[in-house]
Design a protein. Sequence first.
Length: 615
Amino acid sequence: MKIIGISCYYHDSAAALIIGDQVIAAAQEERFTRRKNEQEFPHHAICYCLAEAGLKLIDIDAFVYYENPDLKFKRIMFTWLLTAPTGLFFFLETARDWILNKQWVKRKIRKELKLIQPEGNPCLLFSNHHLSHAASAFFTSGFTESAILTIDGVGEFSTAGIYSGNGSDITLIKELRFPDSIGLLYSAVTWFLGFKVDSGEYKVMGLAPYGNRDSAGVVFFKKTLLADVVHVFEDGSVKLNQNFFSYFSGRCIIDETAWEKKFQMKRRLPESQLLQEHCDLALAIQEINDEIVLKLAIEAKKLTGSSNICLAGGVALNCVSNSYLMRAAVFDKMHIHTASGDAGGALGAALAAQYIHYEMPRNPATDYAEYVYSGPGFTAPQIVETFRKHAVKYKQTDSWEALFEVTAAALADGKIIGWFQDRMEWGARALGNRSILADAGNTEMQLKLNVNIKKREGFRPFAPVVTEEDALDYFDVPPSEHMVHVTGIRQDKRKDIPAEFSFRSMTEKMRHIKSTLPAITHIDFTARAQAVTASGNHKLWRLVKEFGKRSGYPVLINTSMNVRGEPIACTPEDALGVFAQTGMDYLVIENFIVNKAENMHLTTSNVLVKSFNLD
């Protein structure tokens, strides 16, 4: 069967096409529209999926929407009944949007599909939000059976779910329901710390290690959160004190006055200075999140008896909590979907339809590794045409070996490389096909990349990529192939930390050399490392190997090819745009090399140099 799953109308809209047991294509709409966290109908993503397979709309057996809009509308009505009349204005505004637009999702989707192709009347199916998450993880895991844990802000009513996956079946065992939500709790702290909800949660995770563990500040914030804001039960479920939240009856997620009074601090304004109290609060919520995820996993183990676990939902993008769970060794094997957020729900909806609705037989041995690289790729003529359009001077290497050698030599010389190869990644991480690469051992590279390349906050760490066979020479546990958990830097690679280190400023902490790989070592000696394999991404693996011959360590910085507020590059033109407005030295697209020094005219291009809203 040919099935397309779609997610949209909230954030991270996407489309994914499966044919039989193969993921043919999957991509987020933001990569095409260049609007980060795009929520509109995924026209471009659907058209891409169809083109990749050489199909027309009429050839598709079913389109599957990733959630149930009827249930979601009931939740909005439920919210109104609980808060009437205080939330009247917000309800009327929300209800109007749902009645006029989202409540009639079936009609709206058909209308949008007819804009793509007028002929035909495709079959439309609807999944449930958390079932789509569960399916995205379990059906790509390779497990015949597994516990499944889904955690996010909210779907229809569910905010977390424990499922049992067995063969082609997924069974809900237990769920946490709105308004109690682990994801909304973390997002509330995200907003209080001055970051954007549904966007800045990963910044809180990156800020947390700057908190002074066991200090009076962290102890106060953690104690206050657990005593007054959230009650955490032994099974991992939570009860939120609604006196501190306003997502029931207003646009803001929290009651700002209540939070400021309780935490004895003002809400941090976006882009303002980060103080130690902000770092301590970030650490407090991260530790609480870690403990909740572990409790939920222990409960899932008790209820399913499985030695495997699959994770999905937005909270599964918290690679620190994932590592906390992994180190607890509750399960023998763990699989985390690379697109755990709502975008991944598109693929999950398609897989749920195939295996559960249509009862297609499932072969768990199917290798779904290919789905990680399921976005658009580009041919040499297409690349050259892009170069011609922008008068780009370039060189083409005679062989791949020559490309690896030239690029590795430039990296060893301290150059920053844009690396654009094959098909675009599926999910939040750049895994070596739309990446910016640099020397992980360069002491100045983290600050240089944050300020001159990514144009983002200086505290944010960079992820490394290391060859799988060499990984344990540098990291204390095997890194993930897809950057879904963090790992520690080996003790023998670490540098001493001064006794008074915790009292230093954030800038001093950032600049302190913490290991022999300073550009990728976070303040707590961790890194969200990618272990690249020869079979998983041969070009990246080969390049890292070649760099290792020159530097003595096969470890590079691997960060996504974009600037702050911009989605990851999709096309060669997108890559040129990042190249033009940053301090990258070279851009390598397939076996074409573009030297910034020879193409300075790109830096003033009105077409390539764009501004994006801050994330």
